[in-house]
Design a protein around this ligand. Structure first.
Ligand code: SF4
Ligand code: FES
Length: 393
């Protein structure tokens, strides 16, 4: 309940002398997941598997109140995502009002539901940035992964975004099924005159975790992709910026997920649940404070959820006495939970983790899946309401 979420944090200070209270900063980055509605069905979606059970979305007024409160607390970046944010009929009003509040606003979209008029209207309303995501560089594979015929429309929308003077940002989520297309992907980005290309590696939460055996790239695929990405980075210097990230399953140190829990990121889900990260809803013991019941300040500063992994007191060994904890915060809490069942453990990506073998085993399972003949391969489970209800009841 609301009052339980508003307890003062109980930390007394840790080995480094920093208690939870000291660790509270500003929510600089607000991610507004406006809706779980989406015309696409990507099997790598990080939305929760039970998204179909989320019924009531915040109203326009409630979203604007969230924006206002976050802005007053120092938030400067606003990400509008989903699902597909274009499914919200009030999107233009949200953009216009957020702009008046002084946010830098980024729309994260599949492009489906967009048209050239809207691209121009959003610009006029003050939208700074549109990130268009693609599933692949070829029409067939793109549409297969998206579960819908979206490719040609995405191309048109990418051109409209460029024509309206936005910085052109394309995002490709890479995985075993499309990573061998990396040169074609980058050629497509050059052809569309992208300013930035994000070769975003699939993060294994939500639907992606469910499909991990089919999505995790093989080491040899990654090595090839990395070499090609680096070649294009050199060739495109000063022209198009390419961000290429190695999947953390192939690293020996974890990422500083969310730049530290409750540190700078605040996510608000379509139903108003405030979360330290988009996947945190799935962790056990969360109280899931809602912006309908509590102010953003109460949630950010006082809720158990946001204080749970702030600072360093909560850490177990080996993180607790590791010098690298100030840099990576022990990795990702959601990944630690999904892989070990305990969200306070060291992220198993870390080679110092006693659970690191789980990562190696997952890679091996992926390799075995990839080696199966097509007729025996596990089918990808697509993100749609029907599968959500079937899997989650
Ligand atoms: Fe980071 Fe923990 Fe690994 Fe140290 S032991 S490098 S803090 S994850
Ligand atoms: Fe939740 Fe990393 S995704 S902490």
């Amino acid at each position: 309940t609301g009052s339980e979420n508003n307890k003062a944090p109980g930390s007394t200070g840790g080995a480094n002398g920093m208690n939870v209270r000291d660790a509270i900063r500003q929510p600089l980055w607000l991610l507004a997941e406006l809706t779980y509605s989406c015309p696409l069905q990507c099997p790598y979606c990080s939305n929760p598997m039970d998204f179909a059970a989320v019924k009531s979305e915040l109203t326009t007024e409630q979203w604007l109140s969230v924006f206002r409160q976050a802005r007053e607390m120092g938030a400067t970046q606003l990400g509008l995502s989903g699902g597909e944010p274009l499914a919200r009929p009030d999107l233009i009003e949200l953009i216009r009002e957020a702009r008046k509040m002084g946010f830098y606003i980024n729309l994260i979209t599949s492009g489906v539901g967009l048209n050239a008029d809207k691209v121009a209207e959003f610009k006029e309303a003050g939208l700074d940035h549109i990130q268009v995501s693609f599933q692949a560089s070829s029409e067939d594979l793109n549409n297969l992964i998206a579960g819908t015929d979206a490719f040609q429309h995405k191309i048109e929308m990418a051109r409209a975004v460029k024509a309206n003077g936005y910085p052109m940002v394309l995002c490709f989520v890479t995985h075993r099924q499309n990573i061998d297309q990396i040169d074609e992907i980058l050629d497509l980005a050059i052809n569309l005159e992208a300013d930035y290309v994000e070769l975003a590696t699939t993060q294994y939460y939500g639907w992606a975790m469910h499909n991990r055996d089919q999505l995790l790239p093989l080491k040899e695929q990654l090595e090839r992709a990395e070499a090609i990405a680096h070649r294009y980075q050199d060739e495109q210097k000063g022209n198009m910026k390419i961000y290429y990230v190695v999947p953390d399953y192939y690293e020996d140190r974890p990422k500083a997920c969310m730049n530290g829990w409750g540190n700078v990121f605040l996510t608000v889900a379509p139903d108003g649940t405030a979360l330290p990260c988009h996947a945190a809803r799935e962790l056990p013991g969360m109280q899931l404070p809602n912006v309908r019941d509590l102010s953003i300040r109460e949630i950010w500063e006082g809720s158990n959820d946001f204080n749970r992994f702030r600072g360093f007191d909560w850490m177990q060994e080996p993180c607790r006495s590791c010098d690298e904890r100030f840099k990576d915060f022990g990795g990702c809490r959601c990944q630690a939970y999904m892989l070990t069942g305990d969200p306070a453990k060291t992220d198993p990506v870390c080679s110092k983790s006693p659970d690191h073998h789980l990562i190696l085993e997952a890679i091996e399972r992926g390799r075995m899946e990839a080696a199966k003949p097509a007729e025996k391969a596990k089918p990808l489970v697509f993100r749609n309401p029907k599968n959500s209800k079937e899997i989650c009841g």
